[in-house]
Design a protein around this ligand. Sequence first.
Ligand SMILES: Cc1ncc(COP(=O)(O)O)c(C=O)c1O
Length: 258
Amino acid sequence: MFRGIAAGAGLRVTGVPVDRDGIRVSGIRSPAVVITPAHQFPMGVTLSSQRRDELVRWAGAHGGLVIEDDYDGEFRFDRRQFGALQALAPDRVVYAGTASKTLAPGMRLAWLVLPRSLVDPVRTQMVRTGWRPPALDQLVFAELLESGAYDKHVRSRRAEYRDRRRRLEEAALPHLAITEQAAGLHVLAMLPPGGPGEAEVIEAAERQSLRLGALGEHWISAGPHPPGLLIGYATPAKHAFGPALEALRVSLGVLDAN
Ligand SMILES: Cc1ncc(COP(=O)(O)O)c(C=O)c1O
């Protein structure tokens, strides 16, 4: 999504390697970087505290801009809480939050915390494009926040999603190794080498009316790359989650057939 937006604005997009600690700061070759620190999309790792410090030092030393996309930071399952990177360098970090994961993507409600120097340019751009945040939705959201209902909702969703993730891991386990991830609303499962690839498993899932994501869509560097699946678990309604897991089990059967 970001790549398309940046490229559409005429910017050159380059990739930065990610390892178990998150983005490799020494690999940044651009003046701005987009990160998803709570749960790197799509690999799922959490940005380590050393890397956070390194990134803040990089931004200070190079006059770099960090765009911190906190898209699903509310959903950590290991009780570790991370403050926003933005607080460490408010002049160098743009913080972006969204209600898409906590409430619904269809609400189109999100927010930015901007370095002071970017407030006017962003406001000007919003005026120029004619885009206005929906006032009524914001007022309802403010009421949810003030009344404590939002916190309560996020807490109950977190418990529900933790349970879903455990059930998903159990359902997938005989076939797939799900990489350890302590946050978010999707998991990454690498496919065994030499067997059916991403497209075959995704097709098998489609036959069960289940949509899975392909890791292959997200690589920036030229391949070949190890195949993997992105499996989201927040979308099905409560009553539909069990049947969705069953559909996943059936779809993963294609891995046995080989
Ligand atoms: C990496 C990432 N950032 C942000 C979002 C949320 O985007 P939006 O607020 O436009 O719904 C998503 C949604 O899936 C995402 O995957």
